[in-house]
Write a protein that binds this ligand. Structure first.
Ligand SMILES: *Cc1c(COP(=O)(O)O)cnc(C)c1O
Length: 406
């Protein structure tokens, strides 16, 4: 039996442009003509296969990109959105109504957290935030009104790993939908293959990889994606977070090199994580044996694509962290910027500011400290050279002791 390989699935798609182009033609239109009024009526009713009506409903370029991302995640289909948040918020609003409840990981993307914590209660939807690595806590938080279990495969910023198969079992037992944000681990992890019902990405990060646009996708069953797109009650359709066709076309082109990029991101991050750990720095990377979920994550990933490009180190305190980041930028090792998945290394200090529901003592215990620096490791060709310069920066600001020159 052929094993599931997301990059092969993307490679196996074949598209032709209108004039035999090797890239699909970009649909540069918001609306579409019909030869007969009857066909237009049928299209409104959703009964005119292959016909387009209006680009908020569907456009060829967006469908091509959605198809490629569905192939990557191994789901029936997918719906692209104008941003990651434009994918996440409609999914939650589609699955939950007044009085419903969500059980979510407490360490999730700040925007998703703010939506659940501050926005959804206005609609009568509440969320319990739990330590997702403890399945008994997840199960204990479920109420008769719970509809959704929500997590990120690898969480932001602490790189905690969700046991997706374990969570899927709980979701099944209580008839919940398991929604997984897989932004940090494209290709490496295929959550739908482990029982997730809906898989979401911010395309802004590794998948597009060039930090030139925001974008998002929801991968799921045809039935669920049809619900999101329903003209009468679909959250994606009615809230309107539609991706532009030109962007869909450019993201599709970048998607084709994702497998090569992920291998290099993972290779470089593993190298740096190992070196910094040896140097005595507190380093968090799922590829290190010291990571609390190393064995679990190892069993979840497709080893070809590695443990990913995200790692953290602890610089000791906020002042040192800031000094180090400014110096690393000066030495052109990367940029002091949020976001991830770029060809250059990006670093920022998430600090205690993004840390959701977690009491301060627990934050300390988890390693969510003021001196934490989150790295999205770039595609550097010579990572040894990068390490040498990074080490110099660390010595200069006193994060590492100066090495004796013999
Ligand atoms: C960036 C990010 C998002 C939000 O995506 P946008 O494209 O910025 O809207 C959601 N989840 C994760 C894990 C992210 O890193």
């Amino acid at each position: 039996m052929k094993t599931f390989n997301p990059a092969d699935n993307i490679q196996d798609l074949q598209y032709f442009g209108e004039f035999g182009g090797v890239n699909p033609s970009i649909s540069d239109s918001s609306t579409y003509t019909f030869l007969s009024a009857k066909t237009m009526f049928d299209a409104f009713e959703g009964n005119a296969e292959g016909c387009y009506l209006y680009s908020r409903h569907a456009s060829p370029s967006n469908l091509y990109l959605g198809q490629a991302l569905a192939a990557m995640e191994g789901t029936e289909t997918a719906n692209v959105a104008a941003s990651g948040m434009g994918a996440i918020t409609p999914v939650l609003l589609q699955l939950c109504g007044m009085g419903d409840h969500i059980v979510s990981s407490r360490t999730i993307y700040g925007g998703t957290y703010a939506f659940m914590k501050n926005f959804m209660p206005k609609l009568g939807i509440t969320t319990s935030f739990v330590d997702i690595t403890k399945l008994y806590l997840v199960e204990a938080a479920i109420t008769p009104n719970t509809k959704v279990l929500y997590c990120e495969t690898v969480s932001n910023p602490l790189l905690e790993v969700a046991d997706i198969e374990g969570l899927a079992k709980i979701a099944k037992k209580y008839n919940l939908k398991l929604v997984v944000d897989n932004t940090f681990s494209p290709l490496s992890v295929a959550p739908a293959k482990m029982g997730a019902d809906v898989v979401i990405h911010s395309l802004t990060k590794f998948i597009n990889g060039s930090s030139d646009t925001v974008g998002g996708v929801t991968c799921g069953t045809q039935e669920f994606i049809d619900q999101l797109r329903n003209v009468n009650n679909g959250a994606s359709m009615l809230l309107g977070p539609t991706m532009d066709s030109l962007r869909a076309a450019s993201i599709l082109k970048n998607l084709r090199t994702l497998h090569i990029r992920m291998k290099q991101h993972s290779h470089n991050a593993m190298y740096l994580a190992q070196r910094f750990e040896q140097d005595g720095l507190k380093t968090v990377y799922p590829g290190l044996e010291s990571h609390p979920s190393h064995e679990l994550y190892k069993s979840m990933i497709n080893p070809e694509y590695g443990f990913g490009g995200m790692m953290t180190i602890d610089a000791g305190d906020l002042h040192k962290a800031n000094e180090l980041m400014e110096l690393m930028q000066e030495r052109n090792l990367g940029y002091l910027a949020v976001s991830l998945g770029f060809y250059k290394t990006l670093f920022s200090a998430p600090g205690t500011s993004t840390s959701s529901e977690i009491p301060i003592e627990e934050q300390m215990e988890m390693g969510l400290t003021d001196g934490l620096i989150r790295f999205s490791i770039g595609l550097d060709n010579d990572i040894e050279r990068t390490y040498t310069i990074m080490r110099e920066c660390m010595e200069q600001v006193g994060v590492l002791a100066k090495t004796e020159v013999v």
